[in-house]
Design a protein around this ligand. Structure first.
Ligand code: HEM
Length: 511
């Protein structure tokens, strides 16, 4: 009798689950879902091409550009933790990033995972805590002195270090990993700009810098926290094992380094961001304590370090494969330099472009924007849903679920960018006369720098930095890929090249 009851119990539970699952699956519009594990098997199968997989799922919706999926098909959880709305529909993105901004914060899961590394800094906070830092930082980011400081740090690194390394490699006909050099360069620049200390990770012998390594390790260990259910990393943290132990050790090194940096700036303030924040006051009218200043600075380092270097790596690779576009870039730089420095080409090479020269490079800026359209440095971004809502295209998003907006996919949809969306065409960013840079009228068609109240604060600085580096490299060298080198995407929150960018440098003869 008991066995019979058990049998009927199991059959009823399975039938109830099957019916519940049928109703859930019927509502989902993304890839096929399986009981319990939902779309996880497909996610796993496509783990080496996640961004292209998401884009193909979005294309498969026809013009809808939004789908919903679930990775945890269990009653009570399926509408929260495991529920994902994935979109690249510009109207939906505008709704999330601007219209209903308050309903879509970074959210508790993101904040808790990043808390040890970033504290409550601008990149990792919501609400009042974020707003105060945003207002303070926004004032500083519009100053000419900060742009000048960036130009100074970049040009110093190009002249004293990057050119030396590249010249030597060209002379010896030796390949370099350009992505690695660029990562080092932007890391040095952002440290200089943020707390006035250049760690010189870009030096001829390419040294291992303790702070840079610890910062990388801490970032990587933090990203690990997103791969598993949160109780797992919490347990690891409590027991001090695995990646959590590595995270703790790396954070000690980072904290010590930042302590010294803050102490140095307190003694000798300069025009860096940290010195500027040291003069500001918090909500209570008090100066920021050292521990907070440290986290504020680290947030800027994280925000501004890899983004420009990976964009530049994709840019060089795209340009290398498009000689016509390369020719136009060189011709634009040459005509600006002819006007500012005269016909003597020796003078063109003596110094990197100054701020005003770089500012005039419209076609180069268009080529960089076009790179970011196809290869955005942050390919996917996520928001948490505070309250049930309906997106402009009619999609219902439940409380506690996650909305992913795929920045990578926005640039690759025919319905958004036209039939030629997969082509690298800087011209689409130019005015009809071709003399002005023109961003699309709908600002939410291009969200590589985010948009709305949380739009990237470093956008202008990033363009300045990228233009300086791109012109400094292309004016001197023609690049060629090392035969057999495979350029592939790394699956991470930043769109790195998995195997780097191995190239030969050939001195360029200017016409
Ligand atoms: C090509 C280069 C860059 C790209 C593609 C880029 C992209 C982005 C994106 C997508 C966000 C939004 C992140 C999020 O909220 O989830 C962001 C935020 C931010 N970026 Fe950039 N960024 C670049 C360079 C920089 C640089 C050089 C700096 C600093 C000097 C910087 C400073 C910031 C800051 C402070 C935020 C946080 C804004 C906020 O939450 O209010 N970025 N950036």
């Amino acid at each position: 009798m008991e066995t019979l009851l058990l049998f009927f119990g199991i059959v009823s539970a399975v039938s109830a689950y099957a019916f519940w699952f049928y109703l859930l699956a019927r509502r989902l519009t993304g890839p096929k879902v399986w009981p319990i594990v939902g779309s996880l098997p497909f996610l796993f199968m496509n783990r080496q091409r996640i961004h292209d997989w998401i884009a193909s799922n979005l294309r498969a919706t026809g013009g809808a550009c939004t789908y919903q999926t679930c990775t945890l098909c269990l009653p009570f959880l399926a509408r929260k933790q495991g529920f994902f709305t994935v979109t690249c529909h510009p109207k939906n993105i505008e709704h999330i990033l601007r219209t209903r901004f308050d309903n879509y914060p970074k959210g508790p899961q993101w904040q808790e995972a990043f808390h040890d590394l970033l504290g409550e800094g601008i990149f990792n906070s919501d609400g009042e805590t974020w707003l105060i830092q945003r207002k303070t930082a926004a004032l500083e980011f519009t100053t000419r002195t900060l742009r000048q400081a960036m130009a100074r740090w970049v040009n110093r690194t190009i002249k004293n270090r990057l050119w030396c390394i590249l010249d030597k490699a060209a002379k010896e006909n030796r390949a370099v990993d350009l992505q690695d050099l660029l990562l080092r360069l932007t890391f040095d620049n952002i440290c200089g700009l943020t707390f006035g200390k250049d760690p010189e990770t870009l030096s001829p012998e390419l040294p291992e810098n303790r702070f840079a390594v610890a910062f990388d390790t801490a970032t990587e260990a933090t990203l690990y926290r997103f791969l598993y259910p949160s109780f797992q990393w919490r347990l690891g943290k409590f027991l001090e094992i695995g990646t959590e132990k590595t995270l703790k050790q790396s954070l000690e090194i980072v904290d010590n380094y930042m302590n010294d940096a803050v102490a140095a700036r307190k003694e000798n303030p300069s025009d860096d961001l940290l010195s500027r924040f040291m003069k500001k006051r918090d909500v209570n009218g008090d100066l920021f304590p050292t521990s907070v200043l440290q986290r504020i600075a680290l947030n800027f380092v994280l925000a501004g370090r890899d983004t420009s270097s990976v964009a530049l790596s994709w840019f060089f690779w795209l340009v290398m494969n498009q000689p016509e576009i390369e020719k136009k870039i060189i011709s634009e730089i040459s005509s600006v330099l002819r006007e500012t420095r005269g016909d003597n080409k020796q003078k063109w090479h003596e110094e990197p472009l100054d701020f005003d020269e770089a500012d005039r490079l419209v076609y180069l800026k268009a080529a960089l924007a076009e790179t970011l359209r196809l290869y955005p440095s942050a390919p996917e971004d996520f928001k948490y849903v505070i309250q049930d809502d309906v997106l402009p295209d009619g999609t219902f998003v439940p409380t506690g679920s996650t909305v992913t907006y795929s920045i990578y996919s926005v640039g690759r949809m025919k319905t958004i960018w036209g039939e030629d969306c997969m082509e690298f065409k800087p011209e689409r960013w130019l005015s009809p006369e071709g003399d002005k840079f023109e961003a699309p009228k709908d600002g939410y068609m291009f969200v590589a720098f985010n948009a709305g109240p949380r739009t990237c604060l470093g956008k202008d600085l990033a363009y300045l930095q990228m233009k300086s580096v791109a012109s400094a490299v292309l004016l001197r060298y023609r690049l060629s890929l090392v035969p057999g080198h495979r350029v592939e995407q790394k699956m991470s929150l930043t769109l790195f090249m998995k195997n780097g960018l191995r190239v030969y440098m050939h001195p360029r003869a200017l016409a």
